[in-house]
Design a protein around this ligand. Sequence first.
Ligand code: FFO
Ligand code: ATP
Length: 202
Amino acid sequence: MTTPDAIAAAKAGLRRTLLAARAQRTPAARREAGRRIAAAAADLLGDWSPAVAAVYLAIGTEPPTDQLIAVLADRGCRLIVPILRDDGDLDWTPYHPADPTEPGLRGTLIPTQPRALGVEAVSTADLIVVPALAVDPTGVRLGRGGGGYDRALRRRSPGSLTVAVIYDDELVPSLPEADHDQRVDAALTPSRAHRFRAGSSP
Ligand SMILES: Nc1nc2c(c(=O)[nH]1)N(C=O)[C@@H](CNc1ccc(C(=O)N[C@@H](CCC(=O)O)C(=O)O)cc1)CN2
Ligand SMILES: Nc1ncnc2c1ncn2[C@@H]1O[C@H](COP(=O)(O)OP(=O)(O)OP(=O)(O)O)[C@@H](O)[C@H]1O
């Protein structure tokens, strides 16, 4: 039997390896990944325009999300982004691509003039774009370790689509899964969209 402590230790080791690999990518390679992820998103969405999309502002070595956000804004989606709270949970605020941003907790970026909608606001999203360090083909997701998205995804609307954003080699054969982990329905990588689970939109 795998104990919770063993799962947490395995995740911590994987995070270190994956973050080190991300640090090796050049800024130009990251920008190119962001462009291709936006194209993969357009492909995944087809002619679906979610009324409300929960997105996040990428930081550090994460695949850039600005072009993906532009794709959604161009489709007329109303956007919300997370604000990390000091208890590790995620509040949400409306976001427009031109909004100025400032540093939030733990290196995150948040709009300069947030309008806190509350932790339950994620339940209004039809599409939830989720940061991840790796995903496996059953939708198990490895995050940064704060558990913020595990809490947020438990509040998702049943018909919503959850999509992780990762580099291609971060779609790995399998990942450790804890009881509280929330799986994603799909992943966007620079090469394409990967759909793991049916049932939600589109
Ligand atoms: N861009 C982004 N926003 C996000 C998340 C995320 O993973 N990425 N989150 C996902 O839950 C929430 C915030 N949780 C976070 C938890 C840990 C760290 C973190 O480990 N930060 C590093 C420095 C980041 C860097 O520069 O790469 C650190 O504290 O050392 C960041 C965010 C909400 N917003
Ligand atoms: N619903 C919850 N309520 C309170 N704490 C939680 C909840 N879900 C997860 N946690 C806590 O969050 C911590 C990190 O969990 P985990 O390592 O699975 O994060 P992650 O999924 O990689 O990160 P994230 O969701 O922030 O991207 C764990 O200590 C876990 O107990």
